[in-house]
Design a protein around this ligand. Sequence first.
Ligand code: RP5
Length: 171
Amino acid sequence: MTIPSPSPSTTPSPRVGLIMGSQSDWETMRHATAVLEALDIMHEVRIVSAHRTPDRLASYAKSAQARGLSVIIAGAGGAAHLPGMCAAWTALPVLGVPVESHALKGMDSLLSIVQMPGGIPVGTLAIGKAGATNAALLAASILALTDPELGDRLAAWRARQTASVADEPTR
Ligand code: RP5
């Protein structure tokens, strides 16, 4: 008996691509994956460096939309050209996360990512963990525009966050 393979249209594929310039960025970018997992959003995680693996970046970004991705989150530090170069290769929304650098505490990363010349946008988040967390939440909001069930999960996530805030500080 032959078992039919699932048709490509019914095979779930990642909706968010999470890329980072280096293994050293993982400590920051893992906070994005934690949120994507909490919201049950299929995603993929890759190391893609704009300057060390430029061909990998080009093929990743150019194929992203055809592979079913809807949003790309790109984290990088220092002269952080990864989000901007990624956005140059794809029309998908690219959310940039400035990773905190040793030398300049992430100000270099932030300014590299946020100061895109007009014409190729990168949605830039905060430096570090907050930025990674919010990039995933923003990706969820974008996807929820066409996915009401995800919208419900996102609303529940936010309600839990609200409920977790005490009325008074512990003294
Ligand atoms: C960037 O250089 C990476 O995004 C990383 O934040 C920074 C340092 O990379 P490593 O020297 O730690 O590999 O490309």
